[in-house]
Design a protein around this ligand. Structure first.
Ligand SMILES: Cc1cc2nc3c(=O)[nH]c(=O)nc-3n(C[C@H](O)[C@H](O)[C@H](O)COP(=O)(O)OP(=O)(O)OC[C@H]3O[C@@H](n4cnc5c(N)ncnc54)[C@H](O)[C@@H]3O)c2cc1C
Ligand code: SF4
Length: 328
């Protein structure tokens, strides 16, 4: 590992200013992703600003009836919060489907959102990778791409975002609060936080250098039943091949509204808006769920090793929608 200097931030403003002051500085939160990347010298920050002890570890109720989750709330604590378990159950399900107990005890809300891809070529410094080394090429396009994206990818990069938590948050219309080095704050809809790769896959989010996530706000609990389903290679812990977060609100036997997000299919948590439109007003039935799944994957492209993800994603969506509709 390359040597680095370290400081512990005294406030969010000071942390943002400290990172902004140096182009080679980074925030460190739980460290469960960043330290692994530093050991492999894929990330080489010369200065770390530790934000893990900032008082951003509370989950508070908002005036609107939702929840405000501090950036430093640990994944375990968020999953276990009684308000999250009863009003946002698919968020608890997604968190508990991610990583292992020990990692969830360290992993923070902000770090989980900003964790980097698990593409094996990104981790292998002997291989070309536009995300790690812009302009070097993409080894996954013609390589082992079983885990890779089928939606929203580009010829520059076909990596997926690995977070489970972010997929549930995308389905819940979460909003990300940040603070900039000058003390300005802004709120970003989660769907706008991560960027698709296009020609610059190394630019992964809309955050500026030194801009720090302070909280995630969840709107009031949506009506309907929520389900998160994750398909992975092994049950103990593994990243998603495909995951689906679905909320189905019914009126009689008709679907009033559905909200659907997918994981394991794109460089960002993927909101399946076409599928949502297909379901609005439809009778809750296997036919409607099949139509929705076809709409969601209509633009999907496989790269050989990951072709199986397209039918897998359709099946997972059908089953998740059926489960959510069952007792909605
Ligand atoms: C073996 C293993 C299995 C895993 N399995 C899964 C899984 O199945 N599903 C899943 O979702 N995840 C999984 N993970 C990933 C894990 O969830 C992430 O490592 C973790 O959530 C990252 O959080 P952290 O607080 O440790 O982030 P850190 O490693 O501290 O930071 C990650 C990145 O976020 C930046 N950052 C952190 N906080 C802020 C902030 N407030 N503002 C701006 N930038 C910030 C850091 O600079 C860094 O670039 C797994 C990890 C491991 C090691
Ligand atoms: S898919 Fe993206 S992360 Fe993986 S090798 Fe290609 S450019 Fe790198």
């Amino acid at each position: 590992m390359q040597s680095f200097t370290y400081e512990r931030a005294a406030s969010a403003e000071q942390a943002a200013a400290a990172v902004a002051a140096r182009p080679d500085a980074k925030f460190i939160s739980g460290g469960t992703n960043l330290l692994d990347l530093m050991k492999l010298e894929i990330e080489r920050p010369a200065h770390l600003v530790d934000i893990s002890r900032l008082p951003l570890d509370r989950i508070e109720e908002t005036a609107a009836g939702g929840l405000r989750v501090g950036a430093q709330v640990r994944n375990s604590d968020l999953a276990a919060d009684p308000r999250v378990r009863s009003h946002y159950p698919m968020l608890t399900q997604a968190l508990l489907a991610g990583a292992s107990g020990q990692i969830r005890n360290k992993a923070s809300t902000s770090g989980n959102l900003l964790q980097r891809t698990r593409c094996p070529y990104f981790y292998d410094r002997n291989m070309p990778c536009n995300k790690r080394d812009p302009g070097s090429g993409c080894a996954a396009l013609q390589g082992f791409n079983r885990m890779h994206a089928v939606l929203g990818a580009s010829q520059a990069c076909i990596a997926v975002h690995p977070s489970d938590m972010a997929v549930a948050m995308a389905g819940l219309d979460a909003r990300i609060e940040t603070i900039s080095p000058g003390g300005e704050t802004r709120t970003i809809p989660i769907g706008d936080l991560h960027r698709l790769p296009e020609a610059t896959p190394h630019v992964e989010t809309v955050l500026g250098h030194g801009e720090m996530i302070t909280a995630v706000t969840l709107p009031p609990p949506p009506p309907g039943r929520q389900v998160y389903r994750k398909v992975r290679d092994r049950a103990s812990y593994a990243f998603a091949l495909v995951s689906v977060a679905a909320i189905v609100e019914k009126s009689g036997d008709r679907i009033r509204r559905a909200r659907i997000a997918m994981g394991g299919v794109a460089a960002k948590p993927w909101r399946a808006s076409e599928a949502e439109r297909t379901l609005a007003g439809a009778k809750a039935s296997d036919g409607a769920f099949t139509d929705a799944a076809e709409a969601a994957l209509a633009g999907a492209v496989g790269y050989g090793g990951n072709d199986f993800k397209i039918p897998l994603a359709k099946r997972t969506m059908r089953h998740t929608l059926a489960a959510a509709a069952e007792s909605a």
